[in-house]
Design a protein around this ligand. Sequence first.
Ligand code: 2IP
Ligand code: CA
Ligand code: CA
Length: 359
Amino acid sequence: MSLLESLIIVSEKAANISRLCRQEEKLFELLVQEKSESEANPRFVRDFKTLADVLIQETVKYDIGKKFPKIKDDIRGEENNTFENALGEKVSVQISENPEETKLMLQKVLDGNIEAAEMLTNEVYAEIALKEINTIFPKENISFDCSTLGIWIDPIDSTSEYITGKEERHECGIYTKGLRCVTVLIGVYSKTTGIPVVGVINQPFHQNTNLRWSGRCLWGVATTRMNSFPPSINSTLTNVVCISSSEDENIKKKLFKNNFSTIEAAGAGYKLLVVILGLVDAYVLSKGTTFMWDTCGCQAILMSLGGDIVQCCGNQSSIVYKNIESGDNKIEVCCHSNGIIAARNVEVLSKLKEILQSD
Ligand code: 2IP
Ligand code: CA
Ligand code: CA
């Protein structure tokens, strides 16, 4: 099985874990923990860390690392895998070859809750059938030299929506808040050039039928310009830009002055998703509140469609990726401190670069 297919499958496993934790109310309450100050996203006074988050990240690492040993040591994610239980004990969340061991580890994190540990363990080792996944599978087998690649994972983007999840919908169909803004983001990049290569976005809470959520999975390969979209995907421009609710007035003014209207939606991954889908022309963010794990996969998909993600301020060059070294301050090294502009169309990108650089 190819790296791309394996990434699609593991993203579905990630989505299953996220749905399980959200739908089992008891499980969900148990899982919410606070982040330590040094790890917190600078935008939030308080951030959340959930076991689901860490477990998903470690499951992706385990499954992909097992199938592609050459990439194993270069799979990284947003989360730190050390968990502390109510007794102040530290447990490192790591998936082991032996499901029994994983279950015991989870039991520890869950203060002895065997039922919850069992449910999660089953999901971690579940076999995912291709027909369960709402995607269009790659028609060709693309092979990569895994020894030259690294991976960035955001196991759950839009954690606050995942936890509080009150839905709001804009009249154009974009969800500005709620569970639909949650995404699992996986991005592969070249360690030699830093350029994104493959991206997978899984939206676990895409549709709700009879109180059950189902998702969808989108992917793209930047290098071969292959992706999961029909050739007819909407390419009409909307003159709408997606922004964060925390965006500066000055940026909004510049956009309005140039005939762009804005929609404020939650989730960096979700905003990138609506750009990818062509529901808006671009995502503009002037602040340093996104990180390598937020953008890597989405940028690969945008590149497969002819777009890109560039810095909003600074030299406005394309975003590139690197491995963090031990001793690095992860938040500092991985932060896109100059903000970002993401678009599916390079003309739009050039226009926005100009607008945002003007006084
Ligand atoms: C967050 C999340 C937030 C987003 C922020 C990201 O990632 O996507 O929603 O802020 O930039 O870093 P906003 O919604 O204002 O765009 P996470 O949920 O993984 O911490
Ligand atoms: Ca994120
Ligand atoms: Ca996250």
